[in-house]
Design a protein around this ligand. Structure first.
Ligand SMILES: [Zn+2]
Length: 315
């Protein structure tokens, strides 16, 4: 059995990275009033409200998207001085610095307007993430595990969660911008609790028996709405695709309906699985959806046998 060292002890739960995604903001407030909900014996957990200025304005961001400002080179670039760029540097000081972070794990809480349910997004590969994915999916079968550009080095990732030694995104929808839905809030809370429970088990070598194979999806690329030469939209997401996140799109399936009544068909060569379908926040760049492939997360045999009863690792 491989040791769980070094343990994952310093945890930051981040909400409000996007100011109009309300579940994470309210979940932070909930945890701050009841800190026992985020504490476990082997770890220390803090909260961070990432973009309160954007939340006060009821917007996703004020100058630029905070969750695109965390490339290592950008954090070190003194020419980047917009509000969110400066806030990213502050957060890098608070939780990082990126590459040598004092924070072992960042859990960044997000909402989508798309019908994605509870989704755990991993931006890096590795055993810790594979074990977390298996644990979360085992305990929350409705959770979808998504690998998002985990081939990129952390330095090249612009996402806030990549600031930590480890980092994940809890992405839950559908929830309109600036709205709080009970079902979405409770799913975000549940997934966050499973992640914290997982870290406790990981640190203390008490993981349960985990499945050899956990289903997941892996991001391929995004597709845009069709526009004319002037940039005006020619159509919209097809009704057969709307709200059907994760369900297959095969070559030849209709994906857009144009205002002239015609349809646009998917021209890829393989079946793909869409996410962030018609996401409201992506309207400024005409993104229609992300496309993914199905993959499997496969654990080593030694990691599928459970650790309960094995002597607890020293912390
Ligand atoms: Zn977000």
């Amino acid at each position: 059995m491989q040791p769980a060292s070094p343990p994952v002890q310093q945890i930051a739960i981040v909400g409000g990275t996007h100011g109009n995604e309300f579940s994470g903001i309210y979940l932070l407030r909930h945890y701050e009033k009841q800190p026992q909900l985020m504490q476990r014996p082997s770890l220390a957990c803090q909260t961070l409200f990432a973009n309160p200025a954007a939340h006060a304005a009821n917007k996703r961001y004020l100058a630029c998207d905070l969750n695109r400002q965390f490339k290592t080179a950008d954090l070190a670039n003194p020419a980047l001085t917009q509000l969110e760029q400066l806030r990213a540097k502050e957060i890098n000081t608070l939780l990082g610095p990126k590459g040598a972070a004092k924070t072992d794990l960042i859990i960044d809480l997000h909402n989508t307007t798309s019908n994605m349910g509870p989704c755990l997004i991993l931006t890096q590969p590795g055993r810790f993430y594979d074990l977390m994915a298996a644990y979360v999916h085992l305990n929350m079968p409705s959770a979808v595990i998504s690998r998002d550009e985990d081939h990129l080095a952390a330095d090249e990732h612009a996402l806030l969660c990549t600031l930590g030694r480890y980092g994940v995104i809890v992405e839950v929808g559908p929830q309109p911008q600036s709205v709080l839905r009970q079902d979405v809030f409770e799913q975000m809370h549940e997934m966050t609790q499973h992640i914290l429970d997982f870290v406790e088990c990981y640190n203390t070598n008490t993981l349960p028996v985990l499945p050899k194979i956990t289903p997941a999806i892996r991001y391929l690329h995004s597709i845009k709405l069709p526009v004319d030469a002037a940039g005006q939209r020619l159509g919209m997401v097809h009704r057969n695709v709307q709200d059907r996140d994760y369900l297959p799109i095969a070559p030849g399936d209709a994906i857009f309906t144009l205002f002239d009544g015609s349809e646009i068909f998917y021209e890829g060569e393989t079946t793909v699985y869409p996410t962030f379908i018609n996401e409201a926040a992506y309207y400024d760049n005409n993104l229609a959806m992300s496309l993914n492939e199905q993959v499997e997360i496969i654990l080593a045999d030694a990691d599928t046998q459970g650790q309960v009863g094995i002597s607890r690792g020293a912390l």
